[in-house]
Design a protein around this ligand. Sequence first.
Ligand code: HEM
Length: 230
Amino acid sequence: MALGVAALPFTFVVHALGIFLLVLVLVWTIDFRGGFAWEATNKSLIFNIHPLLMLIGLIVIGGEAIISYKSLPFTKEVRKLIHLVLHAIALILGIVGIIAAFKYHNESGIANLYSFHSWLGIGIIALYAIQWIYAFLLFFYPGGPVGLRTDCLPWHVVLGFLIYLMAIGNAAIGFLEKLTFLENSGLAKYGSEAFLVNFTALITILFGAFVVFSVLSQAPVEEDQGYSPI
Ligand code: HEM
């Protein structure tokens, strides 16, 4: 399925929003929340690693990986390599980001996996890893038979899309959850930090929307518009 327009303008918006998102999350975690640390007496600095890595990893780099077939002027083989490497980086950053959330909880005496956000988060990272591993084996190395690859490719596309959309939604829930905790601890509901966190969640959704537009639009090269076995 494709929108009857070229993907390239949408992919430029994805790049721009990705940089903007990075700036927003850095301003929040550094200026408002005090920065990052893996070992610290102030455990909030450990938590701050979580939103940073989840956004850079699963959302921004994961989004760039998804649109790489639409945004890059290379051959299919090169774009496949970029696609799988970017997804590997996204997955590793996501795993480290989740470890940071667990570390923060454990060292602060807070229970693990009590929220919908955390349940969905574990599901997303597990599916992301499974999707990456089977796709690597089937489409890259050692590679499956052509018939199997042709049959599996639409599933790879649809499942990857679904996992990505769940990640976008879960990041928004994460912002909501953290802001609610902060507001319950006295943060001003109409203050600048509350505005920044809500705005960052909004830009996250917008970023996801432009990834969707890019995926559903037409690739620059005519022959690449369909999902043929790669
Ligand atoms: C797709 C991206 C994300 C995934 C997959 C994810 C996943 C997770 C997981 C698995 C936990 C559980 C840690 C534990 O139980 O010890 C967690 C905790 C948490 N995350 Fe995220 N997260 C994501 C993005 C975010 C973002 C952007 C924020 C924004 C601040 C956030 C805020 C939180 C908070 C406040 C907690 C602690 C409370 C809780 O366990 O629900 N998360 N996250």
